[in-house]
Design a protein around this ligand. Structure first.
Ligand code: IVH
Length: 670
């Protein structure tokens, strides 16, 4: 009792002195953290020895101390976060940066650890006794969770072994095992209570319980990943050695730790745990690599948010949960209406994502998705964001049904559904502003006429200023007209005009692709361009001929035929090729060469099994030689090339007296 009284008096004396210097002389003798810390110690001692409280104690000053379970504590040194990388290059530049800093002649060693996905905790020990535990908070000010931390079995109240420093800070992660998380959620569900969405939230919620008895029941685990000494004489100069010492003091330290010299070892460690992490009973979201030398760490120092001596090499995330805020309906180039979901931003694999396509009406129905629903976002193949699911048991009463529009959101034309209602289209074409800008942009895009510098924003401006209204009008642009757009100057306008002029020399397939015919992408454009030699042939074709082209089915042949049947489209094609002069030398030359081949312009059907090449390879060879591959025999067929085990095509061709070519003859001819 005597020594407690003495300690209390010492603390009061110190604090009153600091108060005097601070308030009266305007001088800070110690840091805020140190002051808070001492005041907290005094408060704890008085709490358990109420008879020793005096009215002049610094704890009794109005406003100086509020009794609060989670009172704010100022950290002695900020609890920073880590710089992230998701790829080896990011790690390599970190390693290079470290190696560039001289570590007193020694080669830099790196310590690789698992990055546990839990809650960061700082614990202060005075002469080996736990006196304070706090969460990270905003990195500078955390919450006092001492009573709760004391309930975690893997946090020693008193340190074991020797070499105990006068004051020590241990930092680490409080986690919940996956198996304990499942058991906890099952129990919460049975008790009709709110469940946790993941082990990290469960760990955080359990640590921040008002009643420490609940924390005790929650089976939390604390893993130590570092420590700070307060006196230089007590230091151990290697991070790895420090962790070994922490283990001796009685802390749990991850057994998967690797000291290494260079990136190959680091990368192997990363790959090993990227693959095996699902077999661990706790979540990890990457690995942490730290410069092992404490001297080097000090030399490197910190940024505002993270230390320069450590980096998190994170595994690509798969999914995140967020809230759907809105659905907007986008009008595509070919008039297809696509619902796009906008949600509260989430970061997946280092990229912030705000929206994802909901594809079509069927997808909205399949997901049974509503505005204000909690949804799961995944980056498919780590690139395109996708809404994969709705968390139905988190649904609140404020959900709103999503109604598919009846009229085009851009031009108000009536939308038309296809048979199964999966595709809903605005058929207004150029009349529809949204389609117009996309069609024009697509026409001059990289894979089409490839006009560099004519991007969507310039096209939008040109349409808005009534300078262009369709694809043709772009060819009549002049530098003067272009300069009407604020940010386009002389030099840029000349550059764009030259690029437009240059784009008139193109290929037939690029031209077809540029037209924005529904379902006609680059591959189909190439097929059409190698079948028809001239624009006239394309415009004069019929649906049967289109359907007979290999690789072109019902939907595509219908779509092409519908397109070329419309006078407005035919006129555009004629205007572009005749008056404006879009042409394709390249294919003409190719055709001249091809004209000399046996198969040039011949309509060919294949049947049976081939030995020398696969059927696909034979088709490719023939197309390169200028042939047209058809699916079925008709009077127009020139040759039937047959392999083994022929089918009905062989007999139909014989009946129609079509020339039959065996595989052997075919090989000879090519
Ligand atoms: S070292 C400056 N080592 O990751 C912070 N942190 O994103 C130095 N974490 O808040 C921390 N496992 O709570 C370190 N082996 C590990 C870790 C680790 C998990 C957490 C830590 C920090 C967060 C940063």
């Amino acid at each position: 009792m005597k020594s407690i009284k003495k300690k209390i008096n010492e603390l009061r004396k110190k604090l009153l002195k600091y108060d005097f210097f601070y308030h009266t002389l305007n001088q800070s003798l110690i840091s805020d953290a140190e002051y808070d810390y001492l005041l907290n110690q005094l408060y704890n001692l008085e709490l358990h020895n109420k008879e020793l409280i005096t009215l002049d104690s610094p704890t009794q000053k109005v406003g100086s101390y509020i009794i609060n379970n989670f009172k704010k504590v100022v950290h002695f040194s900020p609890m920073l976060s880590l710089e992230n990388t998701f790829d080896l290059n990011g790690y390599l530049s970190f390693e290079k940066r470290i190696k560039n800093v001289e570590d007193f002649g020694k080669p830099a060693l790196f310590c690789c650890e698992l990055k546990m996905d839990g809650v960061a905790l700082s614990i202060i020990y005075e002469k080996g006794v736990l006196v304070r535990a706090s969460t990270r908070g905003d990195g500078y000010i955390g919450e006092n969770v001492t009573s709760n931390a004391k309930m975690i079995k893997s946090i020693p109240i008193r340190l074991n072994s020797y070499n105990i420093p006068s004051r020590l800070e241990i930092r680490g992660e409080v986690i919940m095992l996956k198996s304990d998380f499942i058991t906890l959620n099952n129990q919460l569900a049975l008790d009709n209570k709110k469940i946790f969405s993941n082990p990290r939230n469960a760990a955080s919620g359990s640590l921040r319980q008002i009643n420490p008895d609940i924390t005790e029941k929650r089976k939390l685990i604390f893993f130590c990943y570092g420590c700070n000494f307060f006196k230089t004489t007590e230091e151990i100069s290697s991070h790895y050695e420090r962790l070994k010492q922490c283990k001796k003091w009685g802390f749990l330290v991850q057994k998967n730790i690797l000291l290494c010299i260079q990136h190959i070892e680091v990368y192997n460690f990363y790959k090993k745990f990227e693959k095996n992490r699902f077999f661990l009973n706790f979540h990890i979201d990457g690995i942490v690599i730290k410069a092992d030398s404490i001297l080097l760490q000090k030399k490197l120092g910190n940024n505002n948010t993270s230390p320069k001596w450590a980096i998190a090499f994170k595994f690509p995330d798969k999914e995140k949960i967020t809230k759907l805020i809105d659905v907007k309906f986008q009008v595509g180039r070919t008039g297809v209406i696509t619902p796009v979901g906008y949600f509260e931003p989430v970061k997946i694999s280092g990229v912030i994502i705000r929206k994802a396509s909901l594809y079509n009406k069927n997808e909205i129905q399949r997901l049974n998705i509503h505005i204000n629903d909690m949804i799961i976002i995944r980056r498919a193949g780590d690139v395109i964001p996708k809404i994969t699911n709705v968390i139905k048991n988190k649904r609140l009463s404020n959900i709103k049904k999503i109604f598919f529009p009846v009229l085009c959101p851009s031009c108000n034309s009536l939308l038309i559904k296809n048979e199964d209602e999966s595709i809903i289209r605005c058929h207004a074409g150029f009349i529809c502003y949204a389609q117009k800008k996309r069609i024009i942009h697509h026409f001059f895009s990289k894979s089409a006429l490839n006009v560099i510098g004519l991007g969507p924003s310039i096209i939008n401006q040109l349409i808005k200023h009534n300078i262009i209204d369709n694809v043709m009008s772009v060819f009549y642009l002049t530098p003067e007209k272009l300069k009407k757009i604020e940010y386009i100057q002389e030099k840029k306008s000349i550059k764009i005009i030259n690029a437009i002029l240059k784009s008139k020399k193109t290929t037939f397939s690029r031209f077809i692709y540029a037209l924005s015919i529904p379902y006609v992408g680059k591959t189909i454009s190439e097929k059409i361009a190698s079948y028809f030699i001239t624009v006239k042939q394309l415009l004069d074709t019929n649906i049967l001929e289109l359907y007979s082209i290999s690789g072109i089915g019902h939907t595509i042949s219908n779509s092409i035929f519908n397109y070329i049947s419309l006078d407005s489209n035919r006129n555009v094609i004629i205007e572009l090729t005749k008056n404006i002069g879009i042409s394709w030398d390249e294919s003409d030359k190719r055709n001249d060469v091809l004209k000399k081949t046996f198969f040039f312009n011949k309509k060919i059907v294949l049947t049976g099994k081939f030995k020398s090449y696969s059927r696909r390879e034979i088709k490719e060879i023939l197309i390169k030689l200028g042939a047209k591959i058809l699916n079925n025999i008709s009077q127009n067929t020139d040759f039937l090339i047959y392999g083994k085990k022929v089918g009905s095509k062989y007999f139909n061709a014989s009946k129609l007296k079509i020339k039959l070519i065996s595989e052997k003859e075919f090989l000879f001819l090519i």
